[in-house]
Design a binder for this molecule. Structure first.
Ligand code: G4P
Length: 533
């Protein structure tokens, strides 16, 4: 087989996605079920055991443990039927950070998991916004229907009104909680009968002629059968019909109902996922668009994880392959450093354990041991100048000023902060008015991590002090006069980021709205991608 057809074939087998959800919606549970069905693990409880729920935020050892653990589940690669699936973890709970957002820039689609009793929650909303930035196709799984949930129509309405994406159910629940009988498959016109705790066993499927088929009443009872008929009539009138192209462009989300805990509905999701989810997409670089089937290897770094082994202080950089074929030991061009580097120590993340990666294609994630030469956003090619775009910094939500306990340690502080910024652990801003270091993070646990690492890795004691900011926005206007007037008015709240882009540190969203009204013509952005350097 020629290399071109080999690459084409391998790309068409790859699906790279992430699960977005609010803590406790059931992400760990569904991940485990997906891995079980994929044959990647053979025992329930494996993923669950990795998730330690409680720890004191100040207890670094626990954080370390958590981080060590989370790297093995950062990327879970497994084969399912004839597909190679990469499931990327989006860290939640206490380690919710900018990483969580950035992982979404490296996937081709996402699964949005919703707790049917709770509906759309804060973290899901934030993560979905990131998907929308790149029009990432999203499938939805309404979880926990074995419990009392909200009315399914209300749940769909909520997604449509809050998340601004149309819902197109592919299955529909029959009852819920104690009366949960199963789901109706709208395309196949089958009912899948719900049973508790059957883990991997196939659920019984009943084929109906149509909705008037008396079998429906026999199996689920008259009341629920009539309810289903009514619901489907309503859906037919008011629902959004499924279209793959509308899903692929991010306009609609196909919806599945089920119970991850009981493995129910997970097969339907996986089948739907394999049938409809996109293969690795083309990626934009400043210079041109890169197609996944191109012969030359290209990729970019979207995540750096440090200290996975505290004894060695190693860092692993995660590279998403965008095109071509990777083979271990090959050399690639580091476009920022303008030099070739050899890819010897690469790992892949099979769901079971870390393994050496021998080959990879677009959609795969390479783990590169980092001797300190990688930054988030770095791009690689076979010699061509390429800079992939769409790997922005995201607006932090928590801020602190960092000062030195010992004023002679300025250099070490600078070095530590530069490296921690390169890893994406924090963003560092310099106040324009007084040159203060202001750290910005997405999840506040990061401050503990940074404080600890500054002390232990760079020997600097940082004094962290509260600042009144609650959000930050990059800003831009083609009219320099507006920018100048704005910066004069808000001098104490203007800072520069690592790339010297200006950012507005706001005291509240009210502050931001007020500034936006007062300085019409100035645009504010939640990520740095829109700002010209
Ligand atoms: P997360 O990773 O999104 O945070 O959620 P996780 O899977 O840990 O699930 C959160 C809780 O919800 C767990 O219960 C889990 O068992 C439960 N859960 C997940 N899917 C379902 C479902 O389909 N039906 C029902 N009834 N419960 C579900 P827990 O009590 O917090 O933990 P555990 O004691 O069961 O481990």
């Amino acid at each position: 087989m020629s290399i071109e057809s080999e690459i084409k074939k391998e790309v068409s087998r790859r699906r790279t996605f992430a699960i977005i959800s609010h803590p406790d919606a059931g992400k760990t549970t569904i991940t485990e079920k997906i891995l079980l069905f994929g044959g990647a693990i053979n025992m329930a409880g494996t993923v669950k055991a990795r998730k330690s729920k409680k720890f004191a935020t100040s207890d670094w050892m626990e954080i370390e443990k958590q981080r060590g653990i989370s790297v093995t589940s950062s990327v879970m690669k497994f084969a399912y039927q004839d597909f190679e699936i990469n499931l990327l973890d989006t860290p939640g709970h206490q380690d919710f950070s900018e990483d969580t957002y950035r992982v979404l820039t490296a996937v081709d689609s996402a699964l949005m998991l919703i707790d049917g009793a709770k509906g759309v929650e804060a973290q899901t909303k934030k993560l979905l916004e990131v998907c929308r930035m790149r029009n990432t196709p999203v499938m939805t799984f309404m979880n926990k229907f074995d419990r009392e949930c909200r009315n399914p129509f209300d749940l769909l309405d909520e997604i449509e009104s809050i998340l601004k994406i149309q819902c197109s159910p592919l299955t529909w629940p029959i009852g819920m909680g104690r009366d949960f009988k199963g789901v109706y498959d709208l395309n196949a016109k089958t009912i899948r009968i719900f049973q508790k705790d059957v883990s991997q066993k196939e659920f019984q499927i009943i084929q109906l002629k149509d909705l008037n088929d008396p079998q429906l009443d026999e199996v689920v009872g008259d009341v629920l059968a009539d309810q289903l008929r009514e619901d489907l009539e309503l859906l037919e009138g008011a629902g959004t019909p499924f279209s793959r192209s509308a899903y692929l462009s991010g306009e609609i989300t196909p919806v599945f109902f089920g119970s991850a805990l009981n493995s129910f509905g997970v097969h339907e999701f996986l089948d739907g996922f394999l049938e409809y989810a996109p293969l690795p997409k083309s990626r934009e670089a400043t210079e041109r668009v890169v197609e996944p089937v191109e012969k030359n290897l290209t990729g970019f770094i979207f995540k750096i994880q440090a200290n996975m082994d505290p004894a060695h202080r190693d860092r692993i950089a995660f590279m998403r392959i965008c095109s071509g074929k990777f083979t271990r030991g090959m050399k690639i061009f580091h476009t920022r450093l303008q030099r070739m580097i050899k890819l010897n120590s690469t790992v892949t993340f099979m769901a079971k354990e870390r393994e050496m990666m021998e080959e990879g294609y677009a959609g795969d994630i390479l783990g590169l041991y980092d001797p300190g030469i990688f930054k988030i956003g770095d791009s690689f090619s076979m010699g061509e100048q390429l800079t992939f775009t769409g790997i922005p910094h995201f607006s932090p939500e928590n801020f602190m000023r960092v000062r030195l306990a010992d004023p002679l340690k300025g250099k070490q502080l600078e070095k530590g902060l530069v490296q921690l910024t390169e890893e994406g652990a924090t963003q560092v801003f310099r106040s324009v008015a007084n040159n203060n270091h202001i750290l910005g993070v997405v999840g506040s646990l990061q401050f503990e991590v940074i404080k600890f690492r500054l002390l232990h890795e760079y020997n600097v004691e940082g004094v962290f002090e509260g600042v009144p900011y609650t959000c930050a926005r990059w800003y831009h206007s083609p009219d320099e006069d507006i920018v100048k007037r704005f910066e004069e008015r808000y001098l104490g709240q203007i800072a520069t980021d690592v790339k010297n882009k200006k950012i507005f540190l706001c005291n509240s969203t009210w502050d931001l709205d007020y500034a936006a009204k007062k300085f019409e013509g100035l645009s504010f952005f939640q990520n740095s991608d829109h700002i010209p350097v």
